[in-house]
Every structure is written in structure tokens, then in C-alpha cells.
Design a protein around this ligand. Structure first.
Ligand code: DGL
Length: 268
């Protein structure tokens, strides 16, 4: 497989751009093709079967673009569709998700401790973080809370204000999350409110933003597989299945710099 082929990264919308940005910063020689399924977001309150159907369609696009590896940059899709996507893609490309690197990091660092998670209904309801963590370390205590208001809140631009502070406080003060030693941000939208979550905990616990951990795991994986690109082969591409005037602005917020979005319809 050619090392110079691009890396495909997909999410339900723009949240996965936080992961794409961490990859872009760490792996400057890799060409990225991002796909945000903005026509079908949010994934977090859809059934696993629906998320699987969308994920497979997106993989077709990324495979057509010649991606050597597909990174599922959405926790909800990682939880619902990783195994299916891997089987579907077969030997055409490697497939990674955003959950496994975080599970490895947490299992190493927080053995025997109380680990908290916030995420969408799909991610929390799937139980995948707890299952994977307990496989690695049965002594870990795990508590998870679905926080479905956070994605629309972030997408509507409500962060660093009174409303976001009140919603975050309401969720994090839930009895389920009391006494945790660390909190996993189990949704790729949440890095945008990491500072506010850190403020809530006043730095007393580690708030885990998966984007950097995922980028590091990706770098290691490419090296191990002999798939690291030697130089940037072509420009990055940012595809979305629907586009509105506010998207470009939101994309800039998630990616940390301007990105030229192109519309690519998944279904006619
Ligand atoms: N970015 C998605 C995730 O990581 C959540 C957004 C959505 O519900 O579509 O789970």
C-alpha cells in the first residue's frame, strides 16, 4: 500500500475537526480528507443500525479517494460502527477509532481508580468504554453520564457564557459523577468546552481530551505499519454532506483555522 495515500477522517459533522486538527499538527506530512456528515447529524441520538449505514456510505467516498487509513473521529460512530466498518473496508484500508487509544491511556494511568465519562446517548448507552476498560483493568470503577444538550449547545455557539456554564455545572454535579479521579470527554465536540470543564473541577482532576491521544496513537500506528507519508502529497480536503452559511464559521472554530468546505452529497 502506498504510504503517500491520504488519511480519511470522518465524523457526524464538524466535531471531528478537533481530531483532524490534532492530526494535522502532529503529522504535517499526511494528506487529510475529512468527511463531515452534516446532512445527518447528530449521530448521538440515532440507532446503531442507522449510524452503521451512514458510516459505510462515507467509507465508500473515502475509499474512492484512495485513503490508506480511515479514522472514525466520532465517538458515537466508533461505538456503533467500528467492527462493521472494519469488516466492510477489509484489506482496502486500515481502520482506527477514537475510543481504543483513550481506553489504553486510561487503563495505564488510572488502574484501580474511579473513571468518569460524558458523551452522547449512543456512546454512553453502548457501554463500549466500560467494556473495553474493564477488559484491560477489572479494578477500575467506571461511571458514565449521557450529556445530550452539550452538542447542540456547542453548535449554537454557546460556550464560555452563562448558559454553557449553567448546563455544564448541572451535568457535572450529577451524583453519578461524584468522586471521579478523571473525566473522559467522550465526544469530539467537547474539546471546545474543555476549559470550562477544567474550571468546574478547578484543576483537581485530569479532563481527558482524546484528540491529542488519538493523534499520537495514529502516528505510532503508521510507523509500526510502515505507512507514514514521506511528504505532503496534495492539499487537504474537507467534504461535508450539507452546507449552510454558518458552517464555514463553525468549521473554523473547530479546526482552529479557516477550512475550505466542499459539498459532497451522500445520497441523491
Ligand atoms: N461528534 C460526535 C461524537 O463524538 C457527537 C455529535 C453527534 O451526536 O453527532 O460522538
Amino acid at each position: 500500500m502506498s504510504k503517500q495515500r491520504p488519511i480519511g477522517i470522518f465524523d457526524s459533522g464538524l466535531g471531528g475537526l478537533t481530531v483532524a486538527n490534532a492530526v494535522y499538527r502532529k503529522l504535517s506530512k499526511e494528506q487529510l480528507i475529512y468527511f463531515g456528515d452534516s446532512a445527518h447529524l447528530p449521530y448521538g441520538d440515532k440507532s446503531a443500525a442507522t449510524i452503521q449505514a451512514y458510516s459505510v456510505k462515507i467509507c465508500d467516498v473515502l475509499l474512492q479517494k484512495g485513503c490508506k487509513l480511515i479514522l472514525i473521529a466520532c465517538n458515537s460512530a466508533s461505538a456503533a460502527a467500528f467492527e462493521l466498518v472494519k469488516a466492510y473496508v477489509g484489506s482496502k484500508a486500515k481502520v482506527l477509532n477514537v475510543i481504543d487509544p483513550v481506553v489504553n491511556y486510561v487503563a495505564d494511568k488510572y488502574t484501580g481508580k474511579h473513571v468518569g465519562l460524558i458523551g452522547t446517548k449512543q456512546t454512553v448507552g453502548s457501554g463500549v468504554y466500560e467494556y473495553q476498560l474493564k477488559l484491560k483493568d477489572p479494578t477500575i470503577r467506571f461511571s458514565a453520564l449521557a450529556t445530550p444538550l452539550l452538542v447542540p449547545m456547542i453548535e449554537e455557539g454557546f460556550h464560555n457564557n452563562n448558559i454553557s456554564e449553567a448546563i455544564i455545572e448541572q451535568y457535572l454535579s450529577d451524583p453519578i459523577l461524584q468522586g471521579i479521579d478523571t473525566l473522559i470527554l467522550g465526544c469530539t465536540h467537547y474539546p471546545l468546552i474543555k476549559d470550562e470543564i477544567n474550571n468546574y473541577y478547578q484543576g483537581k482532576i485530569e479532563v481527558i481530551d482524546s484528540s491529542v491521544i488519538v493523534a499520537e496513537a495514529l502516528e505510532k500506528y503508521l510507523e509500526e505499519e510502515g505507512l507514514s507519508a514521506e511528504n505532503l502529497a496534495a492539499d487537504h480536503e474537507f467534504l461535508v454532506s450539507d452546507i449552510t452559511p454558518s458552517f464555514e464559521k463553525a468549521a473554523e472554530l473547530f479546526f482552529g483555522r479557516k477550512v475550505p468546505l466542499q459539498k459532497h452529497i451522500l445520497w441523491e
